[in-house]
Design a protein around this ligand. Sequence first.
Ligand code: MSP
Length: 595
Amino acid sequence: MKLPFCFITRGSRMFYRLQQKEFLSHFPRLDVTASRCGSTQMCKDDKSFYITTPIFYVNASPHLGHLYSAVIADCLHRSKLLQGFNSRFATGTDEHGLKIQQAAEAAGKDPLIFCTDVSERFKHLFNSCNISFTDYIRTTEQRHRQAVEHFWSVLWNKGLIYKGIYEGWYSTQDESFLMPSQVGEALDSSGKEIKVSLESGHKVEWMKEENYMFRLSMFQSQLINWLRENPRVVQPERFHQAVLQWLQEDLPDLSVSRQRSRLQWGIPVPGDTEQTIYVWLDALVNYLTVAGYPDKHNQWWHMAHHVIGKDILKFHTIYWPAFLLGAGLPLPQVIYVHSHWTVGGKKMSKSLGNVIDPLEHSQTFTNDGMRYFLLRQGVPDSDCDYTQHKVMKLLNAELADSLGGLLNRCTAPALNPFQVYPSFCSQSFPSDQGGRAVTDDYHMLAAVKHLPTVVEQHYHSMHIYKALEAISSCVRQTNGFVQRHAPWKLDRGDSKDQRWLDTIIHVALECLRIYGTLLQPVVPEISNKLLTRLGVQPGKRSWDALNFLPRSQGMDCPFEGRPLGPDSGVLFSRLETQSDDKQKPKKTKKSANLK
Ligand code: MSP
């Protein structure tokens, strides 16, 4: 992967290098460890957590990829809340720049009205899909403008911004400067030869203009040190390595403004109304604006975690940390990178007509269904393909049949006529073998007991699919346990059988309680339904309350003997394809019966 940095022409580069040398001689070395907790390690006693999504461009309606970024961040935020953190979760919209200016022009709308309309659509999507953001930021807000102006002035006052001439390629779609090696040739829809970014495929244009440059080159070695000293700061590892690789190449200074005559839709450079601040500098500062910059950001800023897609890696792992170092601010704790969704094996695009409307699909598959699919199938390291058939197959197997079927069995009046959390009998299921439980049952208990640790680790490292894989495997084992002992065949007239039956149901309900609790960050509605049905009060749904099967260790179980909660129907309705159209699923009321 090559990095498309802004570059300056040969002649002018010599000039800048000279200027820079002179400048560096009276500039103190900036310290990478300026932060209070400058590494990826959290301060032990600090329970603040700050997570962000990228802010979304408002040139077009939200699509599946946008929801994916938001769902990942939402899952991390919810998991931190359940672990007792004071978590803040920011999302919002990126509303300035040439791309938005052109989109508003093309729509024949006033840019702010245009932005407000699309920004509302993002907000509506996130509210509809239970994205529990605590802050929604728009870069057109006054508080943000103040933060950007302040940030710019800090860099300016430190001598990190200077006026120069940028000459090179620019992609408006990516709002990105490119090196010649990042540019290739392609044909446009009318067959005309055009230059494109090799990375994104978007059209690029040659530009030459006077604007402000940021001394990015000065930060090269500090960025390398930061990445080397914090090997988990960019996750997954492959992206961390990619950034280090990029940093082995030349790191030219970065253009951080555009001429006002070309770009009116943006924040003017303080003190120079002829220039507009580069949209990426403007956009990245949103993370600070939400944290309360410039006055009150300390509590949140030193705990910043960013979720981003792989296409915006260089902006977050090179430009952003360099800006922050320049401004003397702590660097992000972790930058979680995810890959992309393709549809039918192809990149989503309007021209291919394969753009997935996440709202429409969430209505079809339910919010939780969509969230579960995206997080269960989405692998951060590589792109994943979205098809409705896959969604249905996965949701039917894991949510309707496996998890829903288990709940259905253990709460059905046939097996649980008194609708209670029945008693556990330690003679039937002693802590060592010798009762009616078999070796596989003990393996299952060990797996479920260990599950919270496994899940917490995977959530924390954004390997959410691995957490869900582990939960799904335990659900299968619990179904196997119930199936193996066929409680429906036991003789209720026999007191020993009755005790064993109760024990089987008690164990299965305990497993379900653990699954329901751990699944809350991913499928909050389904988890709520499940835990409510088990009679687990809201105050008993945090990580602290997990304590699996205390009766097997001779402790009291707070739920034993308690009535179950109300039955509000199947946990997740099976989705069935209409025979005339494979792509259109419909919901059925039936839940699977695994007997
Ligand atoms: N505005 C910038 C981000 C600025 S953050 C300071 C931007 N916006 S975006 O709307 O184009 O993209 C927002 C997020 O959506 C990015 O993380 C991007 O990777 C993600 N996705 C866009 N298309 C995607 C897929 N097809 N699949 C998964 N996520 C993708 O970039």
